[in-house]
Design a protein around this ligand. Structure first.
Ligand code: COS
Length: 380
């Protein structure tokens, strides 16, 4: 066992921390208020290598491990969870999926600009009637010889408008159920592809979440990822890695709220002493720090397993389940510690509390994580 991070890991964490403080903190309240996508900041993150961290350098990425990725995700998420969800989707769903399962041509054409941060991508599985029940895809991709004809609607798509490349799951052969689903690479601007309405969300308001409509979109056959019928397995495998990203986002939200609460509790005085000297607050801080540390260890374990080439499906689900529950609990407590100040925007914790909620929902709800974990436990 070795719990020590390498010097390189520490440097990456520090670089992400500095970037978050200098580039993301200014304006984060305004972006949340006005639902403003952090376009300039994402561009800068691309230039610094944060958008394709785990992709090999030959495909435009940073060639880093998953540990580096979760360390950077935690730091970015402490300050701006809207920016970190863009980073998470691009890194762990889109880039990882393309690098692992794409053809050389697909990698050259799509992965290189995505990993180097020139463009961003989106992952499109959810539909109006298929969220947790992901096998029930209504979007169809009918095989027309040299192309697929794509029809349907996708919902809740992160980077919905800002993306240039979309990985879209669609049903080709209904008879084969989930084994008849394909994943197609769709480009923005393909005729028949329309970006629908933007969602007015509780949290992560700086990220752009849209519905997407496809009407007779001709997608070339060479844009299919993997073999015919591989789409659902692709989505499951990719989401398993994605959950490490969301777990680290949840961890960062929790750690960010805790750091603010700790600082505030040492400054604010009540009944003649700082509130941190009151046991009611000190015990809250102890519980917050303990749960955050437990979440961090689950996240790092899942990342480490992925880096070792071992199966991480159960651990990524555990990390996501636990870290997101911790994020929700810690952020509520952070607001409580701040009292009335916690309820206003200026002190950041109310935003982190709103941002925390989505981590229990997207890339598989807490209930779905329990399905995944319990099935794996019972089949071991
Ligand atoms: N890796 C590879 N394949 C996987 C997998 C994984 N982690 N998990 C499931 N599969 C495969 C199964 O092996 C099965 O394939 P075969 O029948 O060919 O063996 C197939 O997927 C279907 O699995 P299952 O029979 O378990 O399907 P269910 O509908 O019962 O449950 C769950 C699948 C619930 C686990 C899945 O639908 C899921 O993860 N849903 C949540 C999706 C999600 O995260 N939505 C959020 C949208 S993205 S923001």
């Amino acid at each position: 066992m070795n719990f020590q991070l390498s010097e390189e890991h520490e440097m990456i964490r520090q670089a992400a921390r500095d970037f978050a403080q200098q580039e993301l903190l200014p304006g984060v309240i305004e972006r949340d208020k006005h639902e403003k996508f952090p376009a300039e900041q994402i561009k800068a993150m691309g230039e610094l290598g944060f958008m394709g961290m785990m992709v090999q350098p030959e495909y435009g990425g940073g060639g880093m491990d998953t540990i580096s990725y979760v360390l950077a995700m935690e730091e970015i998420s402490k300050i701006d969870a809207s920016a970190s969800v863009v980073m998470s989707v691009n890194n762990s769903l889109v880039c990882w999926g393309l690098e692992k399962f794409g053809t050389e041509e697909q990698k050259q054409k799509y992965l290189v600009p995505l990993a180097s941060g020139q463009i961003i991508g989106a992952f499109c599985l959810s539909e109006p009637e298929a969220g947790s029940d992901a096998t029930s895809q209504r979007t169809t991709a009918i095989d027309k010889g040299d192309h697929y004809l794509l029809n349907g609607t996708k919902n809740w798509i992160t980077n919905g408008n800002s993306a240039s490349v979309y990985l879209v799951m669609a049903q080709t052969d209904v008879e084969k159920k989930h084994r008849g689903i394909n994943c197609l690479i769709v480009e923005k601007g393909m005729p028949g592809f329309i970006v629908g309405k933007k969602e007015d969300k509780m949290g992560i308001r700086g990220s752009d979440t849209h519905s997407l409509m496809f009407t007779d979109v001709k997608v070339p056959k060479e844009n299919r990822l993997g073999e015919d019928g591989f789409g659902f397995t692709f989505a499951m495998k990719v989401l398993s890695g994605g959950r490490i990203g969301i777990a680290s986002q949840a961890l960062g939200i929790a750690a960010g709220a805790y750091e603010l609460a700790l600082k505030y509790s040492k400054e604010r005085k009540a009944f003649g002493k700082t509130i941190s000297e009151h046991q009611a607050i000190a015990f809250k801080l102890a519980d917050m720090a303990t749960r955050i540390e437990a979440a961090r260890n689950l996240v790092l374990k899942a990342a480490w397993l992925k880096d070792q080439g071992q199966n991480f499906d159960k651990e990524s689900a555990m990390a996501k389940l636990y870290a997101s529950e911790v994020a929700m609990w810690v952020t509520v407590e952070a607001v409580q510690i701040h009292g009335g100040y916690g309820y206003v925007k200026e002190y950041h914790v109310e935003r982190l509390m709103r941002d925390a909620k989505i981590t229990q929902i997207y890339e598989g709800t807490s209930e779905i994580q329990r399905v995944v974990i319990s099935r794996m436990l019972l089949s071991e």
